[in-house]
Structures are given as C-alpha cells and as structure tokens.
Design a protein around this ligand. Structure first.
Ligand code: ADP
Ligand code: ZN
Ligand code: ZN
Length: 734
C-alpha cells in the first residue's frame, strides 16, 4: 500500500473541518496513528493538534501543503474508542470536533506535556563502555568510579545522582563532555499496585444483593441500570461491591459524582475498601494535579477513577463499569462555554460502545431517566428501604397563609424546632437563598436597590454592610438612607443570614452553623461545618442547596423547608422536577440514624397538585403526575429540544442574530421553532441574553435539521455581534 499523501489534523478551534498536512519528514512510511498529538505550522504560529486520520489526496494544492513538524506521542492520547466517542459527541452536540477533543484532554496535555510522566536518566554510551573496558579515565579515579557505577546501575536519574558521591554532578558533566555518558528521557512508570479488596463491607440486604447480582450477571455486556434508592438506602455500598467484582476481573471502574458530592468521606470509603490505586479528577485540582490523575488512568496504574463531569472522558484502561451517582444532578450538564454536553448521557453512550454496564444511581432520578426505565431502555433496580434502623421521614405541609410568621419562620415550625431540640435532636433549616434579605426597600417612595448590570435586585449582606448582586458579583456599600428621598430603608424578605439571626434570637443557647457560599468557601470549610453538626457541637444547621448533596447528618431529626413556592410557578418546565428533587434530597438528610425524621414544608399553596402528589405518593407518584403534564405540553422526554442562546451588548443585537437564524431555517416536518425571546432575566452582567428554541418529536429529524442549519447560521454577519452557543438537550430554559 502506498503511503498516505496527507494526515488529517484537528485543531482546538471553532472550525468544522480538519486540516491537511504532509506527514512528518522523519515518519516516512510509518502508518498514521489517529489520536496522537502533533505540532503543526498554522499561519505564523505553531499549534498542537490531534491526528484523526489520513487521506490519499487533498483538496489543497500540493505546493501549499506543509509538513507536520513533530509527532508528540508514541501512543495515542485518545485511543480509538475514545476518539470514536468524541466524534459521536461532536455530531450529536453539533459542535466543532477540535473543541470537543480539547475538552477531553487536561490543559497541560493540550499545551504539549508528555502523556506519561518523564524523567531524565543518565546512561553510559557505547564510547563510555569502551572507555571503561580499557581502564579510562586513568587520571580521574572519581570520574572512573562514577562511570563504573552508572554502568552497573544501567543509568541513574537526576534525583539518584546525589547518592553517588560528593562531586557526582561535576564528574558527570565531565563524562558527558567526553561523550561517555548521555541523558535520555524515559517514561516514569509507577509501580503497579495489586487491585485487591481489602475490607469486606457489609453483608448486603436483600435488595442490595439483588441489584449487585443482576448487574454482575452481565458485566461483560452493555446494560443501563437505574439504581433508585432513597438517600441512605445503600447505593454506594452497591457500587463498592460492583467495583470489587470488576477489579477481580482485572478491569477498571469509572465513578462519576456531582461536583459537590466528591467528599472526603466518599473518597475514604473507596480507599478503605480497595488497595487498588485510585485517581481523582475534579475541578478543584491544579493543572498539574489534573494531568497527574489523567496519567494514572492513562498508564493503567489507576484501577478506579473517581471524578466529576469531565472525568467521563478519562482514559480508563480496560474499562469494566461506569457509575453515575446522583445522576439527576444538574452539574453533570456542561452549560457554559461552547461544547455543552451531558456527562450522564455520554456515560451511557460510552458504556454502550465499550460493552460494559452503566449504573445510574439516584434517590430522585431525572424524569428522562424514569421515562427511559419505564420504556425498558434502562433496567430499574430499587432499594426501597433504608439500611440499619433508619426510617423514612414523615412529611407535612405548613400553610403560610393561616399561620403567624416571624422572619419567614412560622409558629408551627418554631414549635417543632423547640420540640426536636428538647428531645436531643438536631434541626436543619433549608432556604435556597443566601445573604440577609433579597430586597432593600424604601417604604416611603418604593425605591429598591437594583443591580445596574443585571435585571435583578441587590441582596442585602447586613453583617458585611454590603449590597451584592448574586448574578454578576457587583458589590456596593449598604446605603444609610434612600438615595431617592432620604427616608429610612428596610431589608425585605429572607436570606440564610437573617434566618440565622432569627434562630439566634429564638434559641440563644443552641449552637448553630450556617452552610452557604458566604459562610464556607473552600472544601475544607464545608467539611468543618459538616463536622460541627456530626460531632453534635452545633445543633441547628441553616443551609442552602449546599446541604442537599453528599453529606449525611445522622442526628438531624427535623428538616424545615422555609419556602417551596418558587419552584411551583416558574416558566421553566423543569422547575417542579427540581423542586421535588430538592425537597426529597433535603428530607433525606433527616433521620438517617435510628431516630425517625420529620420534614415540614412551608408554603402558601398547600393545595397545589404537585405538592399534594409529592406528599401523598412520594417522588415516584409526583413524577407520574408531572410526566402526564409534560406529555400534554409536549415537553421532554416526550419531545427533543435544542436551544440557541446568545448574548450581546444590546437587547436588539441579541434578538437580531436569532431572528436572522430563524429566517434561515427551512423547517422539515415535525420540527418547530419557538422564539426568539429575551431571557426571563434578560440583562445579566451588562449583557442581554436571548434564546431560540428548537423542538421536535423526532430526534432524527431534529438532528438532520440542526446539521445543515447550524453551519449556515454561523456564517451570518449578525453572529459576529453576539456570543452564541447551541445547547442540545438543554437543562435550563429561560
Ligand atoms: P446511599 O449511597 O444510598 O446514600 P450508603 O451506601 O451510603 O447509601 O449507605 C447508607 C449507610 O448505611 C452508610 O453508613 C453505610 O455504611 C450503611 N450501609 C450500607 N449498606 C449496608 C448494609 N447492607 N448493612 C448495614 N449498613 C449498611
Ligand atoms: Zn425613598
Ligand atoms: Zn448584577
């Protein structure tokens, strides 16, 4: 076979085509290896790209083709399976392949770092060997001794050099100068750790056992499983048992968890159970640590890879299982930047292509996942009981219209808090709004403090004496009086700080801890706050969304949800789903020990059908009711959505691009466009946001349409005046 005329190289750019290059001069005759990195000339720059294939000829005139400068990898950094998955993702999300491939690699690799850690090793050259045999260097016995040692040890690294004598460095320089010793780079391969299970774990209960048995009966083939179990029902224990089986087969496991779920407790449970090496990949890592984790997976050293969203692209060798814990969590969806993907959905595709099982675990599965399970695409495995003695909490509604309220806390809630504290319980008060008060109001003239950059009010941060925008971060001093009329100002509404203040007033002797983004910054702070509750040092926990994830508070017996109503009347069709997930997840923090839990939900709409069905029939019943509504309204999962979002310096420019895009659309049957419309909060951080929605009952038709349309709209002149992105299967709508 004759040698390929050109190599196809994809660069990290928003362009939908590969570039043709001549093979590198020193690689003549060698076959092309897709997935290796290469350095190429590009205009005046030199860029790093990925080889995706080869071709017998190019459309570019031969004299304009340039050769590849350098091949960076001996082994592809993206193997054939990963490359195929990423190509699939580029098509599915209609995103330029170069940016998709870039998203799959740690930054350090995109900048050219070697795929394996390398170290410099000094070895004796052919000439050096000859010199040594002939007794050289006669007049420098220390140099000779060093040469002898290097020869016997078959080389040594810079770190080991110090041990070879006091002046080893100077002698080495002389030996190198004479050509008797040379430096080579060699990959640093960490010593393999045997993958054994070192602790046995619990004897599984019947449901856990059934789940493990079902999944491990077909570890060698694809299967998607929904592991539906309330918080504390033992899902993690099921994962651990499955991982043990996979390791025993000599294969590796990929475990994906939400951003905030990657707690030291979880990592600790894996480390305690397995002697196998574990690689961590999450967003809190430095570029170097991230590269390290990637390399541990790439070299096959790590047998368990535990990570957040982008770890779905981790180069796991001999993949045997994928787990997506808390699969409903929104952090699995990349909703910023250009390449917007769902790590959960890609995990399913990856598992399918790799012919391995994927386990989606949740106490509150996404409606899409429930739908897939009902349709038979996923096999549903339930863990209906809590482990140990823990019982499911009792849920009750408190009607805010008929009960007295102090700073957002109703009298029945206050009574319940007192009762539980007196019974030696702990209390969790949930409010998904940080700060002191969401509004600063002048009661004389009606002025409110608004953000200049956003269509939003500024939140009062009383203790800090600041007004802050929670959307753009704008920050200003708290005014003493109304800037419009000079009258006194009043904070209106509640944030977690105000709730804390009220609880301090009501229960002055009970130690409290607050868990929100103002109270805790780093991971260490969260752990410290959690620890204060777990140790009993604090007995009241006031928190936002942050408390709903990951952590267990075994002695919490009462949960008060201060306001459930924001989710009931949102324009976003997913708001009820999110509300129910939040309530069930917060409720799940209560009564995990041997004490029964109580959950009180404050609402002004106690007769709302969604709240009623949640209380009467639990999350499942709620989902059934809500899914009927979605079917009637033709929302996902009964249709497919994509959205083009944009933002611009003016509202007109944001709408102009989307209007042009709409005009370009030649709609096939079954594909509909909605909009463009400005976002509910149109102005954010000084930019105006808008959206055009594409809907279809036919996935194939939707994607065929997007295929041609997206490449047309990116040519529109108005596209250059906006920042825009396509979001396939968007999670949040404006
Ligand atoms: P989930 O992941 O569903 O929240 P976990 O696996 O963390 O549940 O289990 C909840 C608690 O019950 C943990 O403290 C765990 O150690 C314990 N546990 C899990 N399975 C069992 C079992 N079969 N027997 C006894 N305790 C168990
Ligand atoms: Zn005023
Ligand atoms: Zn703002």
């Amino acid at each position: 076979m004759s040698r390929a005329a050109v190599w196809r190289v994809v660069l990290d750019m928003p362009l939908r085509r590969p570039f043709d290059y001549l093979p590198p001069q020193d690689a003549s005759g060698k076959p092309v290896r897709p997935g290796v990195r290469v350095r190429v000339p590009f205009g005046r720059q030199r860029l790093i790209g990925l080889v995706t294939g080869e071709a017998a000829s190019s459309d570019i005139a031969p004299e304009r083709l340039k050769p590849i400068l350098e091949v960076l990898d001996a082994e592809p950094v993206l193997d054939a399976a990963m490359l195929a998955l990423l190509m699939w993702a580029a098509e599915y999300y209609h995103h330029p392949l170069g940016e998709v491939l870039a998203a799959a690699l740690p930054k350090a690799l995109r900048l050219g770092a070697p795929a394996s850690a390398m170290r410099k090793v000094w070895v004796v050259s052919e000439e050096g060997r000859a010199a040594l045999l002939s007794g050289e260097p006669r007049r420098a016995p220390q140099q000779r001794a060093l040469l002898q040692q290097l020869f016997e040890r078959k080389g040594c690294s810079a770190e080991e050099l110090g041990a070879l004598g006091p002046n080893a460095r100077a002698h080495l320089r002389s030996l190198v100068h004479r050509g008797w010793v040379a430096a080579i780079d060699e990959p640093l391969i960490p010593a393999a750790v045997p993958a054994q299970t070192q602790a046995q774990g619990f004897a599984l209960n019947a449901e856990q056992h059934a789940a493990v048995a079902t999944i491990s009966a077909s570890l060698q083939s694809f299967g998607a499983y929904l592991l539906h179990g309330i918080t504390g029902s033992g899902k993690t224990e099921v994962y651990l048992h499955l991982v043990a089986r996979v390791l025993a087969q000599g294969r590796a496991a990929l475990i994906l968890v939400p951003e905030i779920g990657l707690t030291p407790q979880l990592v600790g449970r894996f480390r305690e159970r397995f002697a196998a090496s574990l690689a961590l990949l999450h967003s809190g890592l430095t570029d170097g640590e991230r590269l390290d984790g990637w390399r541990q997976a790439f070299t096959g050293h790590a047998r368990i890879v535990l990570g957040t969203r982008s770890a779905v692209f981790a180069p796991v060798r001999a993949l045997g299982l994928i787990v997506v814990d808390e699969e409903h969590d929104a952090s699995f969806k990349q909703h910023e930047g250009g390449f917007r993907y769902s790590a959960r959905d890609l995990a399913v595709v990856r598992a399918q292509r790799a012919a391995v099982p994927v386990v989606l675990g949740s106490a509150t599965p996404a409606f899409e996942t429930l739908y897939n399970a009902a349709a038979g695409r996923y096999q549903r495995l339930s863990l209906p009981r809590r482990t140990a003695q823990a019982q499911a909490p009792r849920l009750g509604l408190i009607d805010l219209r008929v009960n007295a309220v102090q700073a957002g806390i109703s009298t029945p809630s206050i009574d319940a808090i007192r009762r539980h504290l007196n019974a030696a319980g702990q209390v969790l008060v949930f409010l998904n709004r940080r700060g002191y008060a969401p509004t600063l109001l002048c009661t004389a003239c009606g002025w409110t403090a608004a953000c200049e950059e956003c269509d939003a009010r500024l939140t009062v941060h009383q203790a800090a004496g600041r007004l802050r925008c929670h959307h753009c971060g704008a920050d200003a001093p708290l005014p003493e009086c109304c800037p419009q009329c000079g009258f006194a100002l009043r904070p209106v509404g509640q944030g977690t700080q105000r709730i804390e203040e009220k609880l301090e007033e009501l229960f002055p002797d009970v130690p409290r801890v607050r868990l929100d983004r103002d109270a805790v910054r780093g991971r260490g702070d969260i752990e410290a706050a959690v620890q204060r509750m777990v140790s009993g040092d604090a007995r009241i926990l006031i928190g936002t969304q942050m408390v709903t994830k990951g952590h267990d508070f075994p002695n919490v017996t009462l949960v008060v949800v201060l306001n459930a109503d924001r989710g009931l009347f949102s324009t976003d069709f997913r708001a009820p789903e999110r509300l129910a997930q939040t309530i069930v997840q917060v409720a799940g923090r209560a009564g995990r020990g041997d004490k029964p839990g109580e959950v009180l939900i404050q609402t002004e709409f106690p007769d709302h059908p969604l709240l009623r069905s949640l209380l009467a029939a639990g999350y499942d019943g709620f989902a059934r009711t809500a899914l009927i509504e979605r079917e009637q309204a033709r929302w996902p999962p009964f249709s497919r959505l994509a959205a083009v979002r944009d933002s611009a310096k003016s509202a007109a420019a944001a709408l102009a691009f989307l209007t042009d895009a709409r005009h370009l659309a030649r709609l096939p049957p079954k594909v509909r466009l909605f909009g463009p419309v400005p976002a509910a909060m149109a102005k954010r951080a000084g930019r105006y946001h808008a959206q055009l929605l594409i809907e279809s009952s036919d996935r194939g038709a939707l994607h065929r349409f997007l295929d041609s349309w997206v490449s047309q709209i990116e040519q529109l002149p108005s596209s250059r005046r906006v920042r825009w992105a396509l979001d396939v299967d968007p999670l949040e709508l404006f």
